[in-house]
Ligand binder design. Structure first.
Ligand SMILES: [Fe+2]
Length: 294
């Protein structure tokens, strides 16, 4: 099968486009790569854009972009998707720097755009704000976690990294422990969008920068059990939750276990089903409050 190998971008509708753009540039430290009246393309590095903001009635994540390998076969990928009963659409020049996408909907209604990165934009990291390495993962509330998980694995080639009991899946499409995570809660909607930072020092700077600009943490800093990443969550101006993280587990696909780390409890640490236990959420002990679930 043809597998996607990277999350490339996430697209959000947002009512106050200017305010959200200011947050993404001044606080998160992404760069405006292109914009028109109703759309802003935000970059973190070599890719033309990692985040797309579109003017819309309510704040929501509407689309996810994934890359297949540079020498991958987009025609064969489209056949693979159609073979699973999904209705596909082919679009030429849908966004700057992307010449062709295969577009379809996942079972929870998010548009998926799969493409080949034919050229890099050679952008440099910005110098103000948090400046993450990259868009790391997007997490969703879902009505049917088994159905959506199966779709991502069978149609897009994701692998299951871990589960929390039978209601929360963590799926990878490359070495990072998770790129998509899905929590069954009774509704289909965005849960959080996560950006990767360098290390603990960068997390520390980010938390201070957020605080100095009036953004209070909802949860963290802490260390998740599942994925073992350092985490801190806050809410952006449009109300959607953003996570900054570092030290996420990385899979050695040939050997079938995550790169060894001193904070692991299993040696080696392999994909598994975790019990619904506080340490699966935060090894450092502090649980999330109701705010995280709103
Ligand atoms: Fe996360």
């Amino acid at each position: 099968m043809i597998r996607v190998s990277k999350i490339a971008h996430a697209t959000y509708e947002t009512p106050d486009l200017d305010k959200q753009t200011e947050y993404y540039t001044e606080i998160l430290g992404l760069t405006v790569a292109a914009r028109d009246k109703d759309t802003v393309y935000l970059a973190s590095t070599v890719d033309h854009h990692s985040v797309v903001l579109k003017r819309g009635a309510s704040a929501q994540c509407t689309r996810l972009g994934f890359q297949i390998a540079q020498d991958g076969d987009l025609d064969a990928f489209e056949k693979q998707v159609a073979g699973h009963g999904a209705k596909t659409e082919r679009k030429k020049d849908p966004d700057p720097s992307i010449s062709e996408v295969v577009s379809f909907s996942d079972p929870k209604g998010t548009t998926i755009e799969v493409f080949k990165r034919e050229a890099f934009s050679h952008q440099k990291f910005g110098k103000k704000g948090i400046v993450p390495h990259k868009l790391g993962h997007v997490a969703f509330h879902v009505k049917d976690v088994k159905k959506v998980t199966k779709f991502y694995c069978d149609v897009l080639g994701f692998r299951e990294s871990d589960w929390m009991a039978d209601f929360f899946s963590f799926l990878r499409c490359g070495p990072d422990h998770h790129t998509i995570n899905l929590m069954e809660t009774g509704s289909d909607r965005h849960f959080h969008t996560a950006f990767e930072l360098r290390d603990w020092g960068h997390m520390h700077e980010a938390c201070d920068l957020l605080s100095l600009n009036g953004y209070k943490l909802l949860w963290g800093p802490g260390r998740h059990g599942i994925g073992h990443n350092l985490f801190a969550y806050h809410r952006g101006p449009n109300g959607l939750i953003v996570e900054t993280f570092a030290e996420l587990d990385r899979m050695n696909e040939e050997l079938g276990y995550f790169e060894p780390r001193p904070w692991h409890r299993d040696n080696p640490q392999r994909p598994k089903v975790w019990e619904k236990d506080p340490s699966a959420s935060n090894l450092w002990g502090v649980m999330s409050g109701d705010e995280m679930m709103k």
